[in-house]
Design a binder for this molecule. Structure first.
Ligand SMILES: Cc1ncc(COP(=O)(O)O)c(C=O)c1O
Length: 412
């Protein structure tokens, strides 16, 4: 991607690019080639200070990101587990490649269009942790499996397994499948006999190959306090562990027994047979995760560093005890928990209005001027990332790299 876009060309492209995508573009137009006109507008050059970015700007601290990846990899390996990071968190091919380079055995995807976008960027070991229900989607998934032979599809419903088998046959493949066994009630087939009989069915269907089971416990991840989190995670997964044993006894494949996340990464190894953890938020560490507390008893969960921030500009300072920024609900998605204003513990940041953030404070470290910048830790990372086209990789306050958020908005 070109990072040398001049501001006048950027403005011209910004004004034309949306319509240009749908029309025939004569070349050259005002000195620009058709490629230049149709290319995405590069937001800013690398090398500049993060404080000079157009705002709201989504930034990731590269030192912290790299440390988080290395630390997770080390910790899981010490507990004899692999990482299969969940790409729903970052939706970014460049970050998935960093995770793979650090030793992940694959990545996960939550949505088919997300998996397709990441596969198109060369990520070939994708486990789709959500089942695809409509037949059209199943066919698409099997086409993706045809292009990407290491693709693994979750299934949690017998008719869906039959549809998957038919779509795999139509595509001329034998598709790898894992049984999504519920922990809690959100998704997945109930543990026990139901799950075992689905595993037997998948094992029998000629165009499917059973690889094992998934068991993600969304409810346990954010339980406050390590002891309570551990107790709940182990209690909740007990039925799944029995299902795993029953599958093994029945001679079915249990090569994959995957689940867990950032809140339970250091608990999952206590489940016999568990193979890998689908960690996501550890990369970024949002306000939700900071609040759950660590194994060391610290009320702040500090195993990983908060690397993901939004930089915003102050657009109103004229009312005492209040500031307004240009980053509201469309920049943060949630207003509970509040974004954390870095360096300003006395500020309460409410991103409740669509385009504006409202800060109230009784104490601030300085008198803020119009145009000054503030940097916030995000409330919950996954939906925030989905709001931005680009993620600025920052090292020592400078933009080192601009990463497109590959599967941004790919929610089908
Ligand atoms: C199936 C599944 N696995 C893993 C994760 C990642 O969890 P975390 O961000 O808590 O690490 C999620 C997140 O929602 C998920 O839905």
């Amino acid at each position: 991607m070109s990072t040398k876009t001049s501001s006048s060309r950027r403005a011209f492209l910004a004004a034309t690019v949306a319509s240009a995508a749908h029309v025939w573009v004569p070349r050259p137009v005002k000195g620009y080639t058709a490629e230049e006109l149709l290319a995405p507008v590069t937001p800013m050059a690398t090398g500049i200070s993060k404080w000079d970015l157009d705002t709201p700007a989504l930034c990731v601290d590269l030192d912290k990101l790299e440390q988080n990846i290395a630390r997770m990899q080390r910790s899981l390996a010490a507990n004899k587990l692999a990482s299969r990071p969940h790409a729903k968190t970052h939706k970014c091919a460049a970050i998935a490649k960093l995770q793979m380079a650090a030793g992940a055995i694959g990545i996960c995807a939550a949505k088919l269009s997300e998996a397709e976008a990441l596969a198109a960027q060369g990520l070939d070991r994708i486990c789709m942790t959500t089942s695809n229900l409509p037949v059209g989607k199943i066919r698409r998934a099997m086409q993706l499996r045809k292009r990407t032979p290491q693709f693994i599809q979750a299934v949690d419903y017998e008719p869906n397994a039959h549809d998957l088998n038919a779509a795999a046959k139509e595509a001329g493949i034998v598709a790898d499948v894992v049984i999504d066994v519920a922990v809690g009630t959100r998704s997945g087939i109930p543990a026990g006999d139901d799950a075992l009989s689905l595993a037997k069915l998948v094992d029998k269907l000629p165009n499917l190959k059973l690889r094992g089971l998934l068991s993600y416990d969304g409810g346990a991840q954010h339980i406050t306090g390590f002891a309570a989190r551990k107790e709940s995670a182990l209690k909740n997964i007990a039925g799944n562990a029995r299902t795993y044993e029953a599958m093994k006894r029945a001679g079915l494949s249990t090569e994959i027994f995957s689940g867990g996340g950032t809140g339970t990464y250091n608990i999952q190894h206590l489940v016999p047979g568990f193979t890998d953890v689908q960690v996501g938020s550890y990369l970024f560490m949002d306000m939700q995760y900071l609040a759950i507390g660590g194994e060391d008893g610290n009320p702040v969960y500090s195993d990983f560093a908060s690397s993901l921030t939004v930089v915003a500009t102050i657009v109103n300072n004229r009312f005492p005890g209040r500031l307004t920024t240009d980053a509201g609900a469309k920049a943060f998605t949630l207003n509970v928990p509040r974004p954390g204003v870095i360096g300003e513990p006395g500020m309460d940041y409410n991103p409740g209005s669509d385009e504006f953030g409202t800060i109230t404070f009784t104490e601030a470290s300085k008198a803020y001027k119009m145009g000054d910048r503030l940097e916030m830790i995000v409330p919950h990372c996954d939906p925030v990332v989905n709001e931005y086209d680009y993620l600025y990789g920052i090292r020592k306050d400078r933009v080192e790299v601009v990463w497109p958020i590959t599967a941004r908005g790919h929610s089908q």
